[in-house]
Design a binder for this molecule. Structure first.
Ligand SMILES: Nc1ncnc2c1ncn2[C@@H]1O[C@H](COP(=O)(O)OP(=O)(O)OP(=O)(O)O)[C@@H](O)[C@H]1O
Ligand SMILES: [Mg+2]
Length: 155
């Protein structure tokens, strides 16, 4: 895994990055989103999903259902929130294997699933920025993501 940390980002800049990453995804991609409560994992996911489904109604947080599925012409986007998941065994029931095999997976609170996630993945840690309403993204990216991240951030 390589690492890149962004500058301090306002909300619009944060959402722009989410959209730009979304534009590069393909089937079988995994984006793991970590950060404290209220860090911005769902905000990132909404902007990401909205890139493919501009006319979709409200994109809700899967806090209680743990997973929300969105269909796009090219793949399904599986939006997981594993905060309330107690046992990793339940990941199959939630559809994680299907998601990994043929969809794009966006995973909030991914820690419980780390054992079963592929090594090829983008990990995003959302951290505090300089000011209250700013965030930084700490990106850990595997080989499959390298060219894309380098192009996006001109590395
Ligand atoms: N620069 C910023 N980037 C992202 N979110 C921001 C920023 N500034 C303010 N916010 C706000 O922070 C909040 C983030 O909430 P969000 O639900 O996305 O967090 P979360 O990480 O999904 O929390 P949870 O752990 O409860 O699922 C939103 O209200 C968002 O508008
Ligand atoms: Mg959330």
């Amino acid at each position: 895994m390589e690492e890149f940390v962004t500058d301090s980002l306002s909300l619009p800049a944060f959402e722009t990055i989410a959209r730009n990453i979304a534009k590069t995804v393909r089937r079988q991609d995994v984006v793991a989103l970590s950060g404290d409560l209220g860090a911005g994992k769902t905000t990132f996911s909404r902007a990401f999903i909205r890139t493919f489904l501009p006319t979709e109604g409200e994109i809700t947080s899967p806090t209680f259902n743990l997973v929300q599925l969105y269909s796009t012409p090219d793949f399904d986007i599986w939006h997981f929130d594993l905060y309330r998941l107690k046992y990793a065994e339940e990941l199959t029931e939630l559809g994680l294997e299907d998601a990994l095999e043929s969809g794009v997976s966006l995973i909030e609170w991914p820690e419980i699933a780390k054992q079963v996630l592929p090594n090829e993945r983008l990990e995003i840690f959302i951290e505090n920025g300089k000011n209250n309403d700013e965030r930084r993204l700490r990106l850990h990216y595997s080989n499959h993501w390298k060219d894309r991240i380098h192009a996006l951030f001109k590395l």
